[in-house]
Ligand binder design. Structure first.
Ligand SMILES: Nc1ncnc2c1ncn2[C@@H]1O[C@H](COP(=O)(O)OP(=O)(O)OP(=O)(O)O)[C@@H](O)[C@H]1O
Ligand SMILES: [Mg+2]
Length: 286
C-alpha cells in the first residue's frame, strides 16, 4: 500500500474562453497549469491561494467532477483522469467533495433523513425505511447534531448546523478522501472553530485524507499537516505547515503571509475543549 493516496502529474485544465478564433475553434484558457501534487494517506493538505487562483477548479479535478485537459491523476494507484463514469462509480463512493454552501448539496424539499442517505440508496446499501432513519440518525450523531433532526428540513437549521449536515451527507458512503472547499467561509468565527474541531476529530476517527481549500492561512495552520500555495493555476510552494510558516521559500508565499493578518493563536488551540474557547457556546451544535 503506497503512502500516497492521491497523486497528480503535470495536471492541467483549460476552460473555453468566451471568444473564438477566426475559424470558430474555441480558444482555451489555462486555469490549472502543470500541477504536481502528492497527498499522503491520512494527511490534511491545505490548498491556499487568492480568489481566482484555481483552488475550486483543482478540487473539482481531484474528485473528477472535471476531466483534466492534460496530465494525470492517480487515486490509490489507479489512473482516473479519463476513466468513464461507469468505471469511476465504485471509486466515487470513496471520494467526496464538501462545498462552501451546503444549500447546494441539501435538497430544500427533502427531510435530512432522505438527503443524508440518498447516496446509500443509490449504491444499494439501504435495507428499507427503518434502516434509512437509523443510518441518517447515526450520521447526524457522528457530526454532533441531534438525531431528532432526521425529520428536519435544511431551512430549519442554522448555518453551522447546515454545514454539519453537509459533512454528514459526504460521509454517508464512508469515503476515505474528502475535498472540502471553503467550508467555513461565511460562518462566524466561533462556529468556524466548532466546525474545524469537528473536522479534526473526524479525520482522526475515520482515518480521512483531506484536501482543505481555504484562503485563510490561520485556519490552515491549525488544521493542516501540509500546505500547497496556488498562484495563477500553478503550485508555487508545497511543504509541511510548520516549514511554510517559519521558512517560506517563495516570494509569493511570504507576500501572502505578510498580507493576511494572523490572529495570535497557538497551533494547538483547536485541541482545547470548546468550553475554554467559547464559554457561551458550550455544548451547542454550532
Ligand atoms: N465554468 C467556468 N468557465 C470558465 N472559466 C471558469 C469557470 N469556472 C472558473 N473559471 C475561471 O477559472 C479560474 C479559477 O477559478 P476557481 O473558481 O477555480 O478559483 P478559486 O481559487 O476557487 O477562487 P475563489 O477563491 O474565488 O473561490 C478563474 O479565472 C475563473 O474565472
Ligand atoms: Mg473557489
Amino acid at each position: 500500500m503506497s503512502e500516497i493516496l492521491l497523486r497528480t502529474g503535470q495536471l492541467g485544465f483549460a476552460y473555453p474562453a468566451r471568444s473564438t478564433s477566426l475559424f470558430g475553434k474555441p480558444v482555451m484558457r489555462d486555469v490549472i497549469k502543470s500541477v504536481d501534487l502528492a497527498v499522503p494517506r491520512g494527511a490534511v493538505l491545505g490548498l491556499v491561494g487568492e480568489s481566482g487562483s484555481g483552488k475550486t477548479t483543482l478540487g473539482r479535478l481531484l474528485v473528477r467532477l472535471l476531466e483534466p485537459t492534460s496530465g494525470g491523476i492517480q487515486f490509490d494507484g489507479v489512473e482516473i483522469s479519463h476513466l468513464p463514469e461507469a468505471a469511476l462509480r465504485p471509486l466515487r463512493a470513496r471520494i467526496q467533495m464538501i462545498f462552501q454552501d451546503p444549500q447546494s448539496s441539501l435538497n430544500p424539499r427533502l427531510p435530512l433523513a432522505v438527503t443524508l442517505t440518498r447516496q446509500l440508496e443509490v449504491y444499494g446499501r439501504l435495507k428499507g425505511r427503518r434502516d434509512r432513519r437509523d443510518r441518517a440518525a447515526a450520521l447526524l450523531d457522528l457530526v454532533g447534531l441531534p438525531t431528532a433532526f432526521v425529520d428536519r428540513y435544511p431551512h430549519e437549521l442554522s448555518g453551522g448546523q447546515r454545514q454539519r449536515a453537509g459533512i454528514a451527507r459526504a460521509l454517508a458512503l464512508q469515503p476515505d478522501f474528502i475535498v472540502a472547499d471553503e467550508i467555513v467561509s461565511g460562518l462566524d468565527v466561533s462556529t468556524q472553530a466548532h466546525i474545524l474541531m469537528l473536522l479534526k476529530e473526524l479525520r482522526t476517527k475515520l482515518g480521512l485524507t483531506v484536501v482543505f481549500i481555504s484562503h485563510d492561512l490561520s485556519v490552515v495552520r491549525v488544521l493542516c499537516d501540509e500546505v500547497a500555495i496556488l498562484r495563477g493555476g500553478e503550485v508555487v510552494e508545497h511543504g509541511q505547515v510548520g516549514r511554510i510558516f517559519s521558512q517560506p521559500q517563495h516570494a509569493y508565499t511570504r507576500q501572502l503571509l505578510a498580507a493576511i493578518p494572523l490572529p495570535d493563536v497557538e497551533p494547538g488551540w483547536l485541541d482545547d475543549p470548546p468550553s475554554r474557547q467559547h464559554p457561551h457556546q458550550q455544548g451547542s451544535a454550532a
